[in-house]
Every structure is written in structure tokens, then in C-alpha cells.
Design a protein around this ligand. Structure first.
Ligand code: PMP
Length: 433
């Protein structure tokens, strides 16, 4: 770390020189395979010529025009295309610069919509534990992983959380047809305990991201949440910061379920690492109500920059032209099978899970009893460091229930070829060995 810059810790990493496709090079010329697309961001890979040319073209015109001073054709066209990617009925877009800002936007929009409808007593957001929704204080308030949220608890209104489906901690079988209903019932108990008339929304990742290690919910769970929200008059908000952009095999993970949310939160793969970009895509009537009722009290200076929209449009072109949603399913299936092969070789791989190219594996002391590795072993950091030495970058978390569990996100760019999957799995196996 330099004298003038700081991040989360004193840990140092190589200095980046350049990046292209699924690879990054440091200033010493060492090449790294981007095994987790950064933090599940670089879905279309690095330095894609189409996106660079879209950006260059827009840069010649206008990079920034304050959205309250000018409308922008490219921003409007981008909003329209994004709305078309969302489930029917979600057709109003608010652009921001990242996931946390998008989470804040959804929370404030939900709250203002409910005030506009004459229900000002609804303010509680029910999220899950574990979960991660961002770094700003509002997003931290709904984050259900204690180490991220606890230090700030006295600084904000406590928002209740309900425990999410979680394989090993709860000891439930995610493939058992009754598991979904069990968790829906837990959610209902939480809503009832809070008093349904005080609850504003349920906020969940449709498929878990880094906090759960790519946990796919059990059958019927998402549909059950939708039914609960309808029963008690709550909004259902999907945080698709990590699952969006095609990563799970459909543009939004919402498409995997028979449950349409009232809002979708998007970021990461939306800008694809080319620009900081996020968005909320909302039900039209919610936005209309808020605008009719004095306007939306919200906004960020850099929101809806024409340059960001040009990059986002370029990324969307690539996702469509290269059919990356279908590719995520196909390549994801290959990676999943290879991870299962590794699991049969290495007994310390306790689980492999996920959907499309949102995949993870988990290290365990005992796969049968699902016992996690001792914290002191620091296995997640060790494997990451060995992988670095082998030229592979892999995103890890030790946050199951905020305290235990070593999982690794195997989420290469959606553009990865079969040969590159071979290379990735070879490097991973070498690192595990
Ligand atoms: N929600 C989810 C599900 C995320 O994974 C993240 C980032 N990891 C965020 C929100 C916050 O996004 P950002 O870091 O862009 O603010």
C-alpha cells in the first residue's frame, strides 16, 4: 500500500499494467487469468474493442451533462433497452454509479412510493442472513452478514432480517421439495413478528452472491416470497448486482423463477468494468405515484452520465451479439462438471453450487458432516495466494454466517472459451494440489 492510498487492509497485490479478454498483466509482465471476473464484474472480459469504440465515440461528443440540465438520447435509449431486459411491467429506470447507490435508490423509492399511497407507517425492510447489499449506511443496514453491519448498528435504524436458505448451517437439503416452504414460513413468521403493516419490502438476491457462495434457493422459495409480499402488501426487490448481466444464464436471474419482483437492482456486469454503473428498474406505477406526490427525493451528481450510458450500451451489444446468456449456461455447465470432478478427487471440497457462470465451491474439514475448516487455518487466504503464484485470480470469502466457511467464486468472464475453461481448471487444480 502506498503512503497516500488505503483500502481494507495492509495487504499488497501486484500493480496492474493492462488487461485484455479474460487475462490481466502486472507491471512485471506476469499474466493472470481472471477467474472471478474481478468481483463478478468483467462479464464481457477486458478491453473489448466494441465497448472501447462506443466510449471513444461518445467521448468526442459529451462525457457529462448534468441530468437536471439536459436530457440525453443515449441515456434514454439505454434505459429503454435495459427495461426490455427486465420482466414485463418493470419499465422505469434510474441510473446510478454502482451497486450500493442502486440499493439506496431502491429503498428510498420503495419508501416514497408507499408514502405516496397513503401508507406512511411502512418502513421496515426484511432482508436475509447471510447477505451483502453494499457499503453505504443504508445498504449496510440491510446487509445480513454481522461483521459488515454490526459496528454501524447504533448509527442507523435497526432493520430486521430473516435467515436465508443456507445449506450447511441449517442442515437442510436444498433439493428436498419441502425446504423452500420451510424458509418461506420462516419469512412469514418474521413479517408477522414485525407487524406486516410496518413492513415496506423484502429485499433478496434471487441467487446468492459472494455472501452465500452462489446459493440457488430451493424450489418454490422465490414464488413463496412473492405470494407473501402480495398477501401483506409488501414490495419484492431483487438485488441482481451480481446475478444480472447474463451471469446466471438469463439476463436477469428473475427469469429463472415464476416470481416477478417489483424492482430489480443492477450494477457490476451492467458497466462490465468499463465505467462505474448501476441502475434500479422499477414497476412503472410506483415511479408514477412518487412523481405525482411531490417528486423523488434522491439523486447522485454522476448518475446517468452519457459516457456511462455509451459504455453500458456497448456492453449490452456484446452480451446480445455474442449470445453471452446462453454461453454462460453452456460454459457454466462445463465449469460445474469440472468442479464436481475436482470434488471427487479432493475430499476437502465439501460442496459445489451455483447457476450459469455464478459458481462456487467450498472447502470443508468434513464433507459428510459439513464441518467447516478451523478459522486459524486461514484456508481461503492461502488458496488465493497460491493461485496468484500460479497466475490465477480467484475471489474468496470466509463469511458463512459471518464467521466461518471458506468458499471460492469460480466466475470467469462469460466470453471464456472451452480451451480457457481447461486452462482455468488446470490452474485451479494445481493450486488445490
Ligand atoms: N449487492 C450485491 C449483491 C453485491 O454483491 C454488491 C457488491 N459486492 C453490492 C450490492 C454493492 O455493490 P457496489 O460494491 O458496486 O456498491
Amino acid at each position: 500500500m502506498s503512503d497516500h492510498l488505503f483500502y481494507q487492509s495492509r495487504q499488497t497485490r501486484p500493480f496492474i499494467d493492462r488487461a485484455e479478454g479474460i487475462y490481466l498483466w502486472d507491471v512485471d509482465g506476469q499474466r493472470y487469468l481472471d477467474g472471478s471476473s474481478g468481483a463478478m464484474v468483467s462479464n464481457i472480459g477486458h478491453s473489448h474493442p466494441h465497448v472501447l469504440s462506443c466510449m471513444a465515440e461518445q467521448m468526442q461528443k459529451a462525457t457529462f451533462a448534468y441530468r437536471l440540465h439536459f436530457q440525453s438520447d443515449i441515456v434514454e435509449r439505454f434505459a429503454k433497452r435495459l427495461a426490455q431486459k427486465a420482466p414485463a411491467g418493470l419499465d422505469k429506470v434510474f441510473f446510478v454509479s454502482g451497486g450500493s447507490e442502486a440499493v439506496e435508490t431502491a429503498i428510498k423509492l420503495a419508501r416514497q412510493a408507499t408514502i405516496a399511497r397513503g401508507e406512511p407507517d411502512r418502513f421496515k425492510i426484511i432482508s436475509r442472513t447471510p447477505s451483502y447489499h453494499g457499503s453505504t449506511l443504508g445498504a449496510v443496514a440491510v446487509t445480513g452478514t454481522p461483521p459488515f453491519a454490526d459496528p454501524f448498528a447504533p448509527m442507523m435504524r435497526e432493520m430486521p432480517k430473516v435467515r436465508a436458505p443456507l445449506h450447511y448451517l441449517d442442515g437442510l437439503d436444498m433439493d428436498d421439495p419441502t425446504t423452500g416452504a420451510h424458509y418461506v414460513q420462516q419469512m412469514e413468521e418474521k413479517i408477522l413478528a414485525e407487524g406486516p403493516e410496518s413492513v415496506l419490502a423484502v429485499l433478496v438476491e434471487p441467487i446468492g452472491g459472494a455472501s452465500t457462495g452462489a446459493l440457488v434457493p430451493p424450489a418454490g422459495y422465490m414464488e413463496g416470497l412473492r405470494a407473501l409480499c402480495d398477501k401483506y402488501g409488501l414490495l419484492l426487490i431483487y438485488d441482481e448486482v451480481m446475478t444480472g448481466g447474463g451471469r446466471t444464464g438469463t439476463y436477469f436471474a428473475a427469469d429463472h423463477f415464476g416470481a416477478t419482483p417489483d424492482m430489480i437492482i443492477s450494477a457490476k456486469g451492467l458497466g462490465g468494468g468499463y465505467v462505474p454503473l448501476g441502475a434500479v428498474i422499477s414497476r412503472n406505477d410506483l415511479v408514477e405515484d412518487v412523481l405525482d406526490h411531490g417528486g423523488f427525493l434522491h439523486g447522485f451528481t454522476n448518475a446517468a452520465m452519457p459516457l456511462a450510458a455509451a459504455a453500458g450500451m456497448g456492453v449490452l451489444d456484446v452480451v446480445e451479439d455474442e449470445q453471452l446468456c446462453a454461453r454462460a449456461s453452456r460454459i457454466g455447465g462445463m465449469v460445474y462438471n469440472r468442479l464436481r470432478d475436482l470434488q471427487s478427487q479432493y475430499p476437502f471440497i465439501g460442496d459445489v453450487r451455483g447457476k450459469g457462470l455464478l459458481l462456487a465451491f467450498e472447502l470443508m474439514a468434513d464433507a459428510t458432516t459439513k464441518q467447516v475448516l478451523p478459522k486459524e487455518l486461514n484456508a481461503h487466504a492461502k488458496l488465493v495466494n497460491i493461485a496468484y503464484d500460479n497466475g490465477l485470480i480467484i475471489y474468496s470469502r470466509r463469511t458463512r454466517n459471518g464467521a466461518e466457511g471458506d468458499h471460492f467464486m469460480v466466475c470467469p468472464p462469460l466470453i471464456s472459451s472451452a480451451a480457457q475453461v481447461d486452462e482455468l481448471m488446470g490452474l485451479l487444480e494445481k493450486s488445490l494440489a
